[in-house]
Design a protein around this ligand. Structure first.
Ligand code: ZN
Length: 286
């Protein structure tokens, strides 16, 4: 869904959940968090979606989880969801260059080989790939040295407003788990150079999510860097999953007509989070 549809959803969520803005993007859009609060001082699970622009089906997915009330019966911990971490990129992807302030349009069209079709765009509105911009072995796998539709790591770690906002909020709350939704391929990633008990703990949690979704676990630890998962694992030592939703046979951006099919594989999220909560609390793993 686009930013406008998301804002309409938020009006509904405000009646039931705590909705707060975590800060603004370069193009003055808000990055919102929706929280199902079970109690003050309880641990929190983070779900982050809409990081890569063309993967906006992930925003629909976490919104459907909220619409279906999947978190409402959880009492042991809070669940905080950031459904659209990259609203500028998503607006560019869904609405084209006219969605951006006039002074950036020439630059963005230049990056996009002068094509008006931004439907495959992954980066934020400034051509930084947010999921390469986190402080985790930053810049060791550089897809691009200049702003691009994907793979530009940024000028320095957390140089993008979206990255900084997400990293600051995560450092402040210190969730017991983070899950980042991307598309596509029906895969789960969990490792980033963690060892021993941390590795064992995170593997156990990943295996649980793999069993409940039917997705495959992947281990490309040497090919990623600067991702949100990477940052959570290496800098904060918390379990973090990247979940790639949607069959690999689907084309980017995945159409909303596949939402129900994708959602069906994620409807046990509350049970999976409870499992992760218990594992994360088990001191023998850390
Ligand atoms: Zn992605």
């Amino acid at each position: 869904m686009d930013y406008k549809s998301f804002l309409q959803k938020l009006e509904v969520y405000k009646q039931k959940y705590k909705v707060q803005s975590l800060g603004k993007t370069q193009f003055n859009r808000e990055i919102y968090a929706v929280e199902k609060t079970s109690g003050e001082g309880l641990s929190t699970a983070f779900l982050v979606a809409g990081v890569h622009a063309r993967e906006h089906i992930t925003t629909d997915l976490v919104c459907k989880m909220l619409d279906e009330g999947l978190f409402d019966k959880i009492e042991e911990f809070n669940v905080c969801i950031i459904p659209m971490a990259n609203p500028d990129g998503i607006e560019l992807c869904t609405g084209g260059v006219l969605s951006t302030p006039e002074k950036y349009r020439k630059m963005l069209l230049g990056i996009n080989s002068d094509s008006p079709d931004f439907s495959l765009w992954k980066a934020n509105g400034m051509g930084v790939d947010i999921n390469n911009n986190f402080d985790a072995r930053f810049g060791t796998n550089v897809g691009s040295h200049i702003p691009a539709s994907q793979g530009f790591v940024g000028w320095f770690a957390e140089s993008a407003k979206e990255t900084k906002i997400l990293a600051d909020f995560t450092r402040a709350v210190l969730p017991f788990i983070t899950i980042s939704y991307h598309s596509k391929g029906e895969e789960i990633y969990y490792n980033f150079f963690q060892k021993d008990a941390f590795l064992e703990r995170d593997k156990l949690i990943a295996e649980r999510f793999a069993a409940s979704t039917g997705y495959a676990i992947k281990n490309p630890e040497q090919t990623s860097s600067g991702g949100y998962k990477d940052f959570c694992v290496e800098k904060l030592k918390i379990p973090a999953l990247t979940i790639e939703v949607g069959s690999d046979s689907l084309s980017h951006p995945i159409s909303e007509e596949y939402l129900t099919e994708i959602y069906e594989k994620h409807k046990f999220i509350a049970k999976d989070l409870k499992f992760a909560y218990n594992v994360a609390r088990d001191k023998s793993y850390v």
